[in-house]
Design a binder for this molecule. Structure first.
Ligand SMILES: [Zn+2]
Length: 311
């Protein structure tokens, strides 16, 4: 077996072979299993604070982990209404059929037993290996490498055994129904992660651009956070917003692209930025007013907020 780089493991071409599917699902389980138990970060709390005073127009989220997301999976309709949080790279909590995208299953029903423990062992072996390397302890370094290989082998076997189960039940039901009606049976699709892979076009591309066009038209304040905008579509998405915004802000450890129209650049960790902003905003938004505004509709909240700003 050949280990691919993360980008290739998350590339659409991975779906074409058993080896690719094993490596793709391994990455998805590695991200999703710890994330399902994780708590919201400071940044999530910062977003929630903006949302609570009805000042969040939209959160275009590139992460496919479950943090900050509502329980149900949402399908975007061209006409709307559109949710405040939009997953532009999909939702890792779900698997969808490779043939008929409306057939969806929950990822958690397919997580191999003991995966969380394997992740913990791997993390622990990594830490032990790094420490042993720093101290020049060859024996401990070899032991840590052996442990990591053992974890890799167990994960590989667990996913390989799982693959035959990743067949779409929705297709099987449809096919049986067709047979009852005297029609030709159809082969079922294979389940795949409900996330946007490299080299793929987003299923909701048309709706997202319509949403972007309407959102950007009002010239809202824009926060570009934790993305380097390496892909063409992400860059175009953000450029259009920043071009029309009267307040475009960049937050990242890396510098922004040179031609992005920005008003403020914070080259710092986004969690630290969120903590500072919460502290700054916290003194201006009393808990009482947040509760009061939060109960009203967006329109009413906007009026109250404008009054507060001008007073
Ligand atoms: Zn299906």
């Amino acid at each position: 077996m050949r280990t691919l780089g993360t980008k290739m493991k998350l590339h659409a071409s991975a779906l074409k072979s058993e080896e690719g599917r094993i490596q793709l699902f391994t990455v998805v389980f590695d991200v999703m299993v710890p994330a399902m138990k994780a708590q919201p970060t400071v940044f999530h709390k910062f977003i929630d604070m903006i949302y609570s005073v009805n000042r969040l127009l939209r959160w275009y989220n590139q992460n496919f982990d479950p943090l900050g997301k509502p329980e149900e999976r949402r399908v975007l309709q061209m006409k709307g209404p559109w949710p405040t949080l939009v997953d532009i790279h999909g939702d890792g909590r779900y698997l969808r059929c490779g043939k008929r995208a409306q057939h969806v299953e929950r990822l958690r029903d397919f997580i191999p037993e003991g995966w969380a423990e394997l992740c913990f062992r791997e993390k622990e072996a990594n830490a032990r290996g790094n420490e042993a390397k720093a101290h020049g302890d060859v024996h401990a370094t070899k032991e840590a490498v052996r442990d990591k290989k053992e974890v890799f082998r167990k994960k590989y076997e667990a996913v390989r055994t799982l693959l035959p189960r990743l067949v779409c039940e929705g297709c099987i039901d449809d096919s049986e129904q067709r047979a009852k009606e005297g029609k030709r049976k159809r082969s079922p699709g294979k389940l795949r992660p409900d996330i946007l892979l490299y080299g793929e076009q987003c299923n909701d591309e048309t709706v997202l651009w319509e949403m972007q066009k309407r959102d950007a038209a009002s010239g809202p304040a824009v926060l570009v956070v934790g993305t380097t905008l390496k892909t063409d579509s992400a860059r175009k998405f953000a450029y259009d917003f920043c071009q029309r915004s009267a307040c475009a802000v960049w937050v990242n450890l890396e510098a922004p692209p040179k031609d992005l129209r920005l008003h403020h650049v914070f080259e710092m960790d986004c969690q630290e930025f969120a903590a500072q902003m919460m502290s700054y905003l916290g003194s201006r938004i009393s808990v009482e007013s947040r509760k009061r505004i939060g109960k009203r509709t967006r329109k009413e909240g906007d009026v109250v907020s404008k009054r507060r700003r001008t007073s």
